[in-house]
Design a protein around this ligand. Structure first.
Ligand code: ADP
Ligand code: MG
Length: 267
């Protein structure tokens, strides 16, 4: 079994797709949800996928994550062609290579934060870590060191999503796929979760892909791919575009108090 060293990830292609297509049947009607997407994502990237509702973001993420198989085209994850794998082999790829974070946290309500995160380590086929110690390490990294024995109902939305993030990272996957990770959070919790994702990318070297329709979230990504009608409309290095610089400046000013912070009332 090849062991992956965080520092050797740079430059590797963690995701490569070739002319990916996905047709979905809705009754008699065929929806062309993804219509020929070719993209490459290097190890350690912090990539956003944006686009209007129905543009194919979730379908594309599902294909990359091996949750679904394409109608046409090819998908390579961490160098492995996963296009025609059996369901059993895809399950293995998902378990070893990919962490998922969704809009709703889906934590086990009867387990503590620590137990939720330790669970995937206990069930890993090739166990790399001591489950409890790994869970402690990740929860501390994500600022939840004092919440490890709380159950989900005793945690805020932002805290629950960070537990879900720790769980997704439990077996140290090279690739983290997030579908609207802040979609169910107020703006303050969103910021906490986005900071956590950035920490994960920088400290663990994980490749992070975030699907979002929130421009505030999108403005924090290093690279942005926009989808329109199942196709890539734009693919920009957001670190070098003037618009993203402007957004970042406003954000800084808000932090330093030069501009008023807009608060969203917590439920
Ligand atoms: P997004 O995540 O960008 O909102 P989706 O990938 O969910 O977009 O959907 C892309 C298109 O595929 C939409 O037209 C949607 O209605 C359709 N679609 C999504 N899921 C299904 C499904 N399970 N069956 C049929 N059509 C679907
Ligand atoms: Mg979606």
């Amino acid at each position: 079994m090849a062991s992956s060293n965080n520092n050797s990830r740079q430059g590797r292609l963690v995701v490569r797709t070739e002319n990916l297509r996905k047709d979905l049947k809705m009754g008699e009607v065929v929806v062309h949800a993804v219509r020929g997407v070719s993209l490459e994502v290097e190890a350690g990237e912090f990539l956003g996928i944006i686009g209007p509702s129905g543009s194919g973001k979730s379908t594309l993420l599902g294909l990359i994550g091996g949750l679904d198989t394409p109608t046409e085209g090819r998908i390579y994850i961490d160098g492995e062609d996963i296009t025609n794998l059996s369901e059993r082999a895809l399950t293995r790829v998902r378990n070893e290579k990919i962490g998922f974070v969704f809009q709703f946290f889906n934590l086990v309500p009867t387990l503590t934060a620590l137990e939720n995160v330790a669970l995937p380590v206990q069930f890993a086929r090739n166990r790399q870590f001591n489950p409890t110690r790994r869970a402690e390490e990740l929860l501390k990294l994500l600022g939840l060191g004092d919440r490890m024995n709380h159950r989900p109902s005793q945690l805020s939305g932002g805290q629950q999503q960070r537990v879900a993030l720790a769980r997704a990272l439990a077996n140290n996957p090279p690739l983290l796929l997030c579908d609207e990770p802040t979609g169910n959070l107020d703006s303050e919790s969103s910021e906490v979760v986005m900071n956590a994702l950035r920490d994960v990318q920088q400290k663990m070297g994980t490749t992070v892909v975030v699907v979002t329709h929130d421009m505030d979230v999108a403005s924090q990504m290093d690279r942005l791919i926009s989808l329109v009608d199942g196709r890539i409309a734009e693919d920009v290095d957001a670190r070098s575009t003037a618009q993203m610089e402007a957004v970042r400046m406003l954000r800084e000013k808000r932090k330093t108090g030069e501009l008023p912070v807009v608060h969203v009332t917590e439920k």
